[in-house]
Each structure stands twice: as C-alpha cells, then as structure tokens.
Design a protein around this ligand. Structure first.
Ligand code: MF3
Ligand code: CO
Ligand code: CO
Length: 275
C-alpha cells in the first residue's frame, strides 16, 4: 500500500512514502532548477572538440559556487565530481577526466545543484562539432521520449503512463529503453520515492497527485537495452557498445498537469539540434 504525506511533516529521508510538496517547496525547486538550467545553457558554447570533460566539471563546480549552490554529486555515495559526463556508448554516470572530446562525439551532461536545500536535477545531450545522422536521430528520439513522458504527467494517472509513453515511442523508432536506471522523487533529497520507470504500462506504478516532484530521465539506445557498469563502479555502458542518449527534467505535478522546473530560459533544451 503506497502512502502519501505532506512533505512538511515527513522525515528528510526516503521512507518509501511519497511526499506532497506545497507552494514554498515549488518556489524553492523553481529556483534550484532554474540555476541548473542556466548552467546547462552556459555549457553549450563550451562543449567543443578538444575540450576535456574535466573542464566541464570545473565549470559546473565554479558556476555553482558563484551562485550559492553545491553540486549534489560531490561526495555522493563515493562519487567525487560536480557533474556526470557520459560520452557515446556511456549510458550514464560517466566520470569527467582529462581526455579531450572529439568531433562527432555526443555527450550527456547531468547537473544537480542544491540551492537553499532544494535539488535541481537536469541533463541534456551536446553534439561535439558535426555528428553523424544516426547520432542526431538518437538525440531527437530521446528528447521526444522525454517530452512524451512529461506530457503523460497529470493527477489521477499512474506513473506507468510516463513509462508507457516513452517506451512505445522509442520502440516505434527502433530504439531501446534502458531498464537499469530510472527517474526518481526529488526535493530536499536527491533520490527519493517513487521510482519513475521509463518503460511499462499505463496501469502500473503509483497514482500521481498534485504536489509530487520527480525527475523523468529516459536513457535510450540505438542498439540493445542492456548495460554493464565498468570497474570504476560508476560508468554505465551499453553491452553492445551502441550509442546511448539521455535528457532529464525535474517536474512538479499540478492540479491539471505538471510544471517543468528545468526548462532552458534560453530555449536551449536541445543544444545543437534544429528547433
Ligand atoms: N544526476 C543523476 C540523476 O539523474 C545522478 C548522478 S549520481 C552520481 O539521478 F553519483 F553518479 F553522480
Ligand atoms: Co535524476
Ligand atoms: Co541527473
């Protein structure tokens, strides 16, 4: 039996109960998420061939410091960087390093800032220079998966409606949905109940209610859905080494749908893609 409770009355840990947030929390999340979105905007001209991902890490760290925010991934469960940078067949949790990005790479940059105690979690794909048509198509399909997931958010529906919308579109486009990672409740905690699956049926999952806040962050592969985690304990890659992409938004459920907290103020939700 799933239970919902007023977030103001809930302990600040994942009890499995679903927190329902009020207007002050929504305002806090708006601010944290806007900062994350601005950082992702500012990264667009920085991501170029020859730039190492540790330069991106440094930028995310300093941009946060300059605006009173701390990157949530720093020292999170042993992770020691300000950001995840996942290149080509890396599905998620890529660790920034000194290796330069190369023309034709696609890289996901996943930023989570903690501002006034609220977590703003979002990621986008960045083409590095000119990319192949197949890679561009994967980015387009993956962004469309995210937006179809967002469009399925409304009170009364189940979270499975999000996964169903994503999976049906991805598979129609002959892509596959990664099963090993999911979206998550977010707020004063980085990762909270409920899990948001990016596959499944509309009658699965929990009922969405106004005040819920969670991420939607589909990982979509050109090849098979299976992943493995490398010996660094973090880097997740496709087993068949096919290209993988991901976009992520943080959303809040409203009385008639949802509010997307992490939209780009500059209209750069899909950097490097037309539209
Ligand atoms: N930002 C990721 C997410 O979307 C989580 C990264 S956790 C880390 O949930 F430790 F790998 F950084
Ligand atoms: Co997330
Ligand atoms: Co994220």
């Amino acid at each position: 039996m799933v239970t919902y409770l007023d977030a103001d009355l809930a302990p600040t840990r994942n009890t499995g109960q679903i927190k329902l947030y009020g207007p002050e929390a929504f305002e806090g999340m708006r601010n944290a998420c806007a900062l994350t979105a601005r950082c992702l905007d500012e990264l667009a001209p920085i991501v170029k061939p020859g730039v190492p991902t540790e330069t991106i890490d440094r930028f995310v760290f300093e941009f946060g410091m300059d605006h009173g925010a701390v990157p949530a991934t720093l020292n999170y469960r042993g992770y020691t960087r300000a950001v995840c940078t996942s290149i080509n067949h890396v599905v998620c949790h890529g660790i920034p390093d000194a290796k330069p990005l190369r023309e034709g790479d696609i890289v996901n940059i996943d930023v989570t800032y903690i501002l006034d105690g609220w977590h703003g979690d979002s990621s986008r794909m960045y083409p590095v220079g000119t990319i192949k048509r197949a890679a561009e198509r994967l980015l387009e399909v993956t962004h469309e998966c995210l937006m179809r997931g967002v469009a399925a958010v409304r009170p009364g529906a189940r979270t499975g409606a999000i996964g169903a919308a994503i999976q049906s579109y991805a598979e129609k486009e002959r892509c596959s949905v990664v099963r090993d990672f999911c979206g998550h409740g977010v707020g004063r905690l980085f990762h909270d109940a409920p899990n948001i699956l990016h596959y499944g049926s509309a009658n699965e999952g929990v009922e969405m209610r106004p005040g819920m806040i969670f991420t939607i962050e589909p990982m979509i592969n050109l090849g098979r859905p299976h992943v493995k985690v490398l010996s660094d304990g973090w880097t997740a890659v496709t087993r068949d080494r096919s290209l993988s992409a991901q976009y992520e938004h943080t959303v809040g459920v409203t009385d008639d749908g949802c509010e997307v907290f992490t939209f780009s103020p500059a209209g750069l939700d899909r950097p490097g893609l037309p539209g």
